[in-house]
Design a protein around this ligand. Structure first.
Ligand SMILES: [Ca+2]
Length: 314
């Protein structure tokens, strides 16, 4: 009798272990574990693959509807691109210097606080570079071996794992976590990384500088967005109000990465995240969207870069 009981216990234990290993296999087939990826490039973190809820039903119309989006794993800059970073870029690429950039590529305030000899304001090396047009942000990203994040990547990264929240960290914005308009703040921006990182280890996603994304700003996109790796209007020839699901995914990025000059892309591009100069807290809401022409240069508008995880890395 004792032998039979022992047999039952042994079989039961092995069945339980097999059940557990089966659960593990299911998870693995959906997305590789974080440790399966190589270490991120310097200054970047890995944003894990998976779904998140994008948008908001209590903000502007362009944030609706809330929809489930799956985003592949990608790398994201931990900080906004700084003045010092951007100076290295313009010294290596003189055509993007303030004194040389064609007037057709910006709306007049390109690097507004730099002088014509490529000097940014004294003491602001680690502040976010601002007043950069989308074209220059794209060129910087290409030079750095990266790209701009898609809007879906940006929002997933900004949420940092927060679900159903308006602001970091909850229903109200916390001025200890985000630099935004505050009567006590005299400078609209600050040195990157001065405020705490979010759940993914990213600094200043909300606040400090607005950040350009790859996508066209299309207020209707959420109602027709592909469910996996969406990016709005990757083909310059497509009418913007009717994006086709089969072309508007990250799998077709080459169309825009190879054609971002003024001739090819003129439709509005997305920028996200609000700034230290945002007059209202709604700008630093996690779902808030904005867009302007790719030549737009605004005092508070900067960017950071993302990078795809290449298949050979897996
Ligand atoms: Ca920001």
């Amino acid at each position: 009798m004792k032998t039979v009981i022992n047999l039952f216990i042994t079989v039961g234990l092995w069945s339980f272990l097999l059940f557990l290993s089966g659960i593990g296999c299911d998870k693995k087939s959906e997305a590789p574990a974080r440790e399966a990826y190589p270490p991120p490039p310097d200054g970047m973190v890995l944003i894990p693959a998976g779904e998140f809820e994008m948008g908001s039903n209590d903000g502007s119309d362009d944030e609706q509807p809330i929809h489930t989006v799956y985003v592949d794993a990608f790398y994201m800059d931990t900080h906004e691109v700084t003045h010092a970073d951007f100076k290295r870029f313009v010294l290596a690429n003189p055509q993007w210097q303030k004194s040389r950039i064609p007037k057709s590529l910006h709306t007049g305030k390109y690097l507004f606080d730099w002088d014509d000899s490529n000097n940014y304001p004294v003491g602001m090396a680690n502040y976010p570079v601002e007043s950069v047009c989308w074209y220059a942000a794209m060129a910087y990203a290409e030079w750095a071996g990266k790209r701009l994040p898609t809007e879906a990547e940006w929002e997933k990264a900004a949420r940092g794992g927060l679900k159903g929240k308006k602001y970091p960290p909850g229903s109200k914005v916390d001025p200890n976590l985000v630099i935004f308009s505050d009567p006590l703040i005299f400078e609209h921006s600050t040195s990157v990384g001065s405020y705490p990182a979010n759940g993914y280890g990213l600094f200043d996603m909300e606040g400090n500088a607005w950040e350009w994304c790859l996508d066209e700003y299309n207020p209707y996109f959420y109602s027709m967005s592909p469910a996996r790796n969406p990016v709005a209007y990757v083909s310059p020839q497509r009418p913007s109000r009717h994006p086709l699901p089969d072309v508007n995914t990250i799998a077709n990025l080459d169309a825009i990465l190879n054609n971002y000059t003024a001739v090819d892309v003129k439709s509005r591009r997305v920028y996200r995240g609000g700034t230290g100069g945002s007059p209202k807290t709604r700008h630093v809401r996690l779902a808030n969207r904005n867009g302007s022409t790719p030549a737009y240069t605004h005092y508070y508008l900067g960017f950071r870069c993302a990078k795809s995880v290449s298949p050979e890395d897996l």
